[in-house]
Design a binder for this molecule. Sequence first.
Ligand SMILES: [Zn+2]
Length: 136
Amino acid sequence: MKTEPHPTSENTADAEETPLCFGCLTPNHFSANFCAKCGAPMTSYAASGPFECLFAEGHVYRQAAEKPKNLAVVLGVWLIFGVLGLGGLFIAIVGSSSGVSSVFFGAFQFLISLAMIWRSTRSYLAKPLPPLSEET
Ligand SMILES: [Zn+2]
């Protein structure tokens, strides 16, 4: 009569239940909210926690800037940060009569938006073209 669980079968059960990252397929600890390798959110808590959602959102923007997978991502970056950048420019111009702080804030927002658009577009254009399929 066995009272103790078999150690090897327990280990294989643990290995089978290891959650994989959705982005890079790296096995992570079952209680991990973020992937240890790429930082992608792995649980619903990672996207909804009061502090954790900032990291989840940052991961999305990093992905969009560093390796945009298709043109829609680049166009989305242009749309979001184009509006944000124009808003920053507007704040800088309108706020120049009221004070220096709004000029700095507007210029900062404009430059950050410009940098995001630049990085995302450059990363997309620098991506090597997919190899031509040789179907005959
Ligand atoms: Zn990952």
